[in-house]
Design a protein around this ligand. Structure first.
Ligand code: ATP
Length: 406
């Protein structure tokens, strides 16, 4: 069994995620992504953008501002309804708005203020007409956005599961009521998004779809289905698919009619956490020792290949390793790591633990015949590979991928 403590410890030790401002005791519910964490997070966002935008012909992209005009969030109902309840000193529960207010402009009287957006969605609704004007889109079509959102959550716990600053990957998919049936398009998005999380590597036995009860619905939604993942602490939502009807469109443009919206809204940070939890595995080795491996798929792995000199004090081996490292780095396929810390066993363990799919080791024989050892992370299978003309190019990488059926 894996525990959250193990995941959190790995994240800190290896540089995935740090508590924000930890040198000052930490800012509660706010986190920083380290060198490996940013790679994993970027890879996840890139996979989403590729599949949801590039591979479809009915979605446009957008990057709207985080600082949001007060009127937008008043009309959207957030000023009134985006509330939680707090109980202090056993008194009756008090309403508490979860949006972050910020002073706006040089006056600090507090009268001029704006909000940090609590969801990326409103920037999409307020730009709908702009996007329609500059593209020749017709309904049905969607607008996709990845960006930060802020919620002054009353309690933050479970590491990056519930934070005050987080990132969302959202699509608002617009359709006319004559074109599509609410139930059908809702189900279509739920199924598509469920499949997508599976494709990222989350085990299907740890994923469920759960329809929210009417009393759990956000103020803008008439039907929401959550995609939930079984974390070490239990099931938690990683994405919500909400049918928002014409609620937002009508709020911002009362004369608009007949346009409805379905919104798949995924949390980047919760996705990262689910992937880390799913990929984290411990295995007993034949010699009785244990290894930790992060079984991330190649596209998501922070480091694609580690290049390792068998010994550090042989000039020929070191210079050949550097050549391979430089050539692989220049391919732009992702981060390549030059690994010369510790012995070869330790180098493999370290790379298993951070999810590096392949290690390439240069040894004495490599100097003789140009061949190298390629080791695959999950199977630990090792092959001896020669490159024709010592070219460590895309063909070489493709060859490795093909051999291990990646
Ligand atoms: P919850 O019920 O867990 O508070 P929610 O239903 O309020 O979540 P949505 O408003 O549907 O969440 O937001 C869409 C997605 O944004 C969620 O599925 C989640 O992945 C992410 N998200 C929402 N709030 C947070 C948070 N405080 N920290 C991290 N991610 C969040």
């Amino acid at each position: 069994m894996k525990t959250m403590e193990e995941i959190i410890s790995l994240c800190k030790r290896r540089g995935f995620i740090f508590q924000s401002a930890d040198i000052y005791g930490g800012l509660q519910g706010v986190y920083d992504y380290g060198p490996l964490g940013i790679e994993l997070k970027n890879n996840l966002k890139a996979a989403w953008w590729k599949d949801m935008v590039y591979k479809r012909n009915d979605i446009e992209g957008l990057d709207s501002s985080i600082i949001t005009h007060r009127e937008v969030l008043r009309k959207s109902g957030h000023e009134e309804n985006f509330v939680d309840f707090i109980t202090e000193n056993n008194e009756s529960p008090k309403k508490f708005n979860a949006m972050f207010k910020t002073n706006f402009g040089p006056t600090s009287t507090g009268e001029e203020y704006a909000y940090l957006r609590p969801e990326t969605a409103q920037g999409i609704f307020t730009n709908l007409q702009n996007v329609l004007n500059c593209t020749n889109r017709k309904l049905p079509f969607g607008i996709a956005q990845i960006g930060k959102a802020f919620r002054n959550e009353i309690t933050t716990k479970r590491f990056i599961f519930r934070t005050r600053e987080f990132e969302q990957m959202e699509i608002e998919y617009f359709y006319s009521d004559e074109q599509l049936n609410h139930e059908e398009i809702h189900k279509e998005w739920v199924d598509r998004r469920f499949e997508w999380w599976k494709e990222q590597g989350l085990r299907v036995c740890r994923l469920i779809k759960a329809e929210a009860n009417p009393d759990e619905l956000a103020h803008y939604s008439f039907k929401t289905t959550d995609i939930m993942y079984e974390f070490p602490f239990g099931f938690g939502e990683i994405e919500g698919i909400a049918s928002r009807g014409d609620f937002d469109i009508k709020n911002h443009n009362p004369s608009a009619s007949g346009i409805s919206v379905v919104e798949p809204s995924a949390g980047v940070d919760r996705g990262v956490l689910a992937l880390l939890c799913d990929a984290y595995n411990k295995e007993k080795l034949e010699n009785g020792s244990e290894r930790v491996i992060l079984k991330l798929k190649y596209e998501l792995a922070p480091i694609k290949i580690a290049v390792i000199p068998l010994v550090k004090n042989d000039e020929n081996i070191v210079s050949m390793t550097k050549v391979i490292f430089d050539e692989l780095t220049s391919l732009g396929i992702g981060r390549i790591r030059y690994e010369d810390t510790g012995n070869i066993g330790k180098a493999y363990r370290r790379n298993d633990e951070i999810g590096t799919p392949f290690c390439i080791t240069v040894d004495h024989q490599s100097i003789q015949d140009g061949s190298v050892t390629v080791r695959e992370r999950d199977s630990m299978e090792q092959i001896r590979l020669s490159t024709y003309g010592n070219m460590y190019d895309r063909k070489f990488v493709n060859h490795i991928m093909q051999h291990f059926s990646i």
